[in-house]
Design a protein around this ligand. Structure first.
Ligand code: KIV
Length: 262
């Protein structure tokens, strides 16, 4: 999927379906399921690396996983998340780091922040780097926000988030992720901007939805936010399989004749 096709979905009122992926195996499975947009989220810091938040994820980590996904993707639009401190310190650093993701094969980058990041977004889009914004509960600001909390509940905060969305649109962002905010605010932002909004914990009125793959599959259960719906219980399946394997080896049932060479 191209950026133009992605944006056409909003005009056609066709929902955009986005999931995260971090490796080749799951990229192939995601594509086989007909999902056309893959985000290599810095959520990999939590679900792959086992860290408490996304702050320690590095450019090298993100580039490594981006290459795995890009190498396996055949049709999907691939978006790489810019990790903490890869774009905040200076415009030049932000540009160079964004460029590295496109050189690794991603089609676009995602970064967190609105009005304060508008100059970064403008600089990137003006040299041909497509940028997805990310507003609301922005995990790279977890400490400043006092934890993983719904954003935009009070009037002033909601107005600021609407201004952030307008600033991202004006700076040339091709889409905006809206995370953990009241349904009404996400609806208002979606109706106000002409670029697609992709919700995660932002209700049903966004132009599309995104979920972390391991949440969706029921693989990650250390922290399950209200907005996550596990569509499978793969952790349970994995546990059962591993326990059976252990038992069968202990009991001498595995390997049997059919798994042995003669
Ligand atoms: O890092 C991530 O996976 C994300 C999505 C949840 C939007 O930013």
């Amino acid at each position: 999927m191209t950026i133009t096709e992605f944006q056409q979905h909003k005009r056609d009122k066709r929902k955009l379906i986005v999931v995260t992926a971090y490796d080749a195996l799951f990229t192939r499975i995601v594509e086989q399921a007909g999902i056309e947009v893959i985000l290599i989220g810095d959520s990999l810091g939590v679900v792959v690396q086992g860290k408490p938040n996304t702050l320690s994820v590095t450019m090298d980590d993100m580039l490594y996983h981006s290459r795995l996904v890009v190498g396996a993707a055949r049709r999907a639009l691939v978006i790489s998340d810019m990790p903490f401190m890869s774009y905040q310190a200076s415009q030049e650093e932000a540009l160079r780091n964004a460029g590295r993701f496109l050189q690794a094969g991603a089609t676009a980058v995602k970064l967190e922040g609105g009005v304060v990041m508008a100059d970064r977004v403008r600089a990137m889009t003006s040299i041909g780097i497509p940028v997805m914004g990310h507003l609301g509960m922005t995990p790279q600001s977890v400490h400043a926000l006092g934890g993983y909390k719904v954003q935009g509940k009070v009037k002033d905060q909601a107005a600021m988030l609407l201004d952030d969305a307008k600033a991202l649109e004006a700076a040339g962002a091709f889409a905006i992720v809206l995370e953990a905010m009241p349904t009404g605010l996400a609806k208002k932002i979606t109706e106000t901007v002409s670029i697609p909004t992709i919700g995660i914990g932002a209700g049903p009125h966004c132009d599309g939805q995104v979920l972390v793959l391991y949440d969706l599959l029921g693989l990650f259960d250390e922290f399950i936010p209200k907005f996550v719906k596990p569509y499978a219980q793969l952790k349970e399946d994995a546990l059962q399989a591993l326990r059976r394997y252990k038992e069968e080896v202990q009991q001498g049932k595995f390997p049997s004749d059919s798994e042995s060479y003669h």
